[in-house]
Write a protein that binds this ligand. Structure first.
Ligand code: KIV
Length: 292
């Protein structure tokens, strides 16, 4: 039988917000990864080494084939988040508010966050930017759902940022990043992602914040790191400069497909160990009927 839900390991306690805050205090790096489906969530659970899992809107690009994160709908995010939830028990699961699902009003933001928690099974949610998002953070936190912020390169508004480019490269922009991060903390964020920010800026900002920071393309001075599942495993040929592939699975998969196709064509797959059998008497009777 294929296992259908995550089975908690007796020695693995679910990751809590207190544990993350404690890791920041003690300088213990926090490990986060994205996931978009059940098997990857199961592998993460089985690894026993991941603190945070983001069912991120990068799923739009990584698994749904959109050319950016903006087209993904809340319903699509809910399907991916719920699939991750079914494979995950120990790491904290972060649901990602997609573009267009929280900007209009605080009420819209709370409704979306509730759906990600109730239907998607997320423990907490993440949204992008400061500015108008500050009021959304306050409203969602007031509604009882912890919120992670996301600053620097915020892909949902990459067009307004002039494309996917490094943020916080001038003194003024770096200062604004710190101000935005402080505002998100004041609004109630329990942690903040910094994406594509100069390492020294992210380190300096991180050291001045009371909550954990998670970096992606933000150097080694944040309190933790996040990588996109497909980048980490080398499932695409291209990945951003800041991402490291710890495996190169795309050529392995390509090789597996070639081997399968060639064994089907040479009739060496399936082999007897893959066959189902029938009782010899039943078979005799079957053939006798065929010959009648
Ligand atoms: O959606 C996502 O995967 C993200 C990470 C890049 C932090 O927001």
């Amino acid at each position: 039988m294929r296992p259908t839900t995550a089975v908690p390991s007796p020695d693995q306690q679910p990751v809590t917000l207190e544990l993350l805050a404690e890791k920041k205090r003690r300088g213990v790096p926090i490990v986060m990864v994205t996931a978009y489906d059940f098997p990857s969530a199961q592998m993460i659970e089985d690894s026993g080494v991941i603190d945070l899992v983001l069912a991120g809107d990068t799923g739009a690009e990584m698994v749904l084939g959109y050319d950016s994160t903006t087209p993904v709908s809340l319903d699509e995010m809910l399907v991916m988040t719920a699939a991750v939830r079914r494979g995950l028990h120990t790491p904290l699961l972060i649901g990602d508010l997609p573009f267009g699902s929280y900007e209009s009003s605080d009420e819209q933001a709370v409704r979306t966050a509730h759906r990600l928690v109730k239907q998607g099974g997320a423990d907490v949610v993440k949204l992008e930017r400061a500015g108008a998002s500050l009021s959304r953070v306050r409203a969602i936190v007031r509604a009882g759902i912890p919120v992670m912020g996301h600053l620097g390169l915020t892909p949902q508004t990459e067009t307004a940022l002039g494309g996917r480019r490094v943020q916080g490269r001038s003194a003024a922009k770096a200062g604004q990043l710190l101000a935005d991060a402080r505002a998100l903390v004041d609004a109630g964020c329990f942690a903040i992602v910094f994406e594509a920010v100069p390492a020294v800026v992210a380190t300096a900002v991180s050291a001045r914040l009371p909550v954990p920071t998670i970096g992606i393309g933000a150097g080694a001075g944040t309190d933790g790191q996040v990588l996109v599942w497909h980048d980490l495993l080398g499932l695409y040929e291209w990945r951003p400069r800041f991402a490291k592939a710890y495996a190169t699975l795309r050529p392995d998969i390509s090789q597996a497909l070639s081997s399968y196709a060639s064994e089907v064509r040479s009739r060496s797959f399936p082999a007897p160990e893959h066959f189902y059998n029938i009782d010899a008497n039943e078979l005799r009777e079957f053939f006798a009927e065929l010959d009648e």
